[in-house]
Design a protein around this ligand. Structure first.
Ligand SMILES: [Zn+2]
Length: 250
C-alpha cells in the first residue's frame, strides 16, 4: 500500500461479527468541508456513540477503526451494515483522496472478492457521499487489479476475540503468483504449519527443509488450493479470513 495505515484508533461503536457474508462497500463522506481527518476519527471512536465506519480515508492516510469482520454502524440500516464495509471519505474529494480510496477498495476486493460500491444515499435520504463519484473510484481501483498487493493489516487483536475476529486480523496471503517466485511474508510459516496440521504436505510444501520455512512456493500454493477445494472455500490460492478461520478450526 502507498498510504499510511493507522490502526491505533478502535471504535467501540459496532456489533461483534456479522450474520452474513460481506458483499458490498458503502461510500460516505464526512459532510463538512474543512473538517479534519483526526477529528472525524475521534468522533467515530467516541464512547457511547451510535455511529462508526470501518475506515476513515483521506489522501495518503487510512484509519481502520472497526475490523471488517465486525458490523460497523455506518449506513443507518441494520441489514445494510451487516453485509457491507463502510468507508468515510473526505468531502473535498481531491485527486489524492480518490487515489487512496481507490487503493483501499482494490485491496478490499483482493481480500473479499469483487465487492460493488454503493452510496449511503442509496439507503437513506441523505446528501452523503456528496460529490464522490463511484465510477471514478471503480476506474482507479481496477487500474490496480493486475498487481498483487497485500491488503492492509487489520488492527492488533483486542482481548477476548472470537475465531472469526482472529481470522479477520491475520494477513491475507496471496499465493497466486507463487509458482513463479516464492512468497515470503508475515504468517506464511503459520499457514504452512496449519496446512501440514490438516494433512496437506509436507511433500512439496516446504521445499527441502521439511519444515515451515516462511517462503511459500509452488508446493505451498498447491497445498493451499487442495485445502480450499476440500473445504468448500474459494479455491483461489489466496488465504483470506475465511480460509484462516477454517484452518484455525481443529
Ligand atoms: Zn454516510
Amino acid at each position: 500500500m502507498s498510504y499510511e495505515y493507522i490502526t491505533r484508533h478502535n471504535s467501540p461503536n459496532y456489533t461483534r461479527g456479522r450474520p452474513v457474508k460481506i458483499n458490498g462497500i458503502v461510500i460516505h463522506h464526512w459532510g463538512v468541508t474543512g473538517q479534519k481527518f483526526d477529528n472525524v476519527v475521534n468522533y467515530l471512536c467516541r464512547s457511547g456513540g451510535n455511529s462508526s465506519a470501518h475506515y476513515v480515508v483521506e489522501g495518503g492516510r487510512v484509519a481502520c477503526i472497526v475490523a471488517p469482520a465486525n458490523t460497523a454502524w455506518h449506513a443507518g440500516v441494520l441489514a445494510v451494515n451487516q453485509r457491507t464495509i463502510g468507508i468515510e471519505c473526505r468531502p473535498e474529494a481531491t485527486d489524492a483522496d480518490y487515489r487512496t480510496v481507490a487503493e483501499l477498495v482494490a485491496e478490499l476486493r483482493a481480500a473479499y472478492g469483487p465487492l460493488p460500491l454503493s452510496k449511503h444515499s442509496d439507503y437513506k435520504a441523505t446528501s452523503c457521499p456528496g460529490v464522490w463519484d463511484l465510477a471514478r473510484i471503480n476506474q482507479l481501483a481496477s487500474g490496480d487489479a493486475g498487481s498483487v498487493q497485500p491488503p492492509p493489516p487489520t488492527p492488533s487483536p483486542a482481548p477476548d476475540l472470537g475465531l472469526v475476529d482472529v481470522a479477520a486480523r491475520l494477513p491475507v496471503l496471496d499465493l497466486r503468483n507463487a509458482t513463479a517466485k516464492p512468497v515470503a511474508g508475515m504468517g506464511v510459516d503459520v499457514l504452512q504449519g496449519l496446512l501440514m496440521a490438516h494433512g496437506q504436505g509436507p511433500d512439496g510444501l516446504t521445499g527441502r527443509s521439511g519444515r515451515p520455512d516462511g517462503s511459500a512456493g509452488d508446493g505451498t500454493k498447491t497445498a493451499l488450493l487442495a485445502y480450499q477445494r476440500a473445504h468448500g472455500l474459494d479455491g483461489d490460492a489466496v488465504a483470506g479470513a475465511a480460509t484462516w478461520a477454517s484452518l484455525l478450526t481443529p
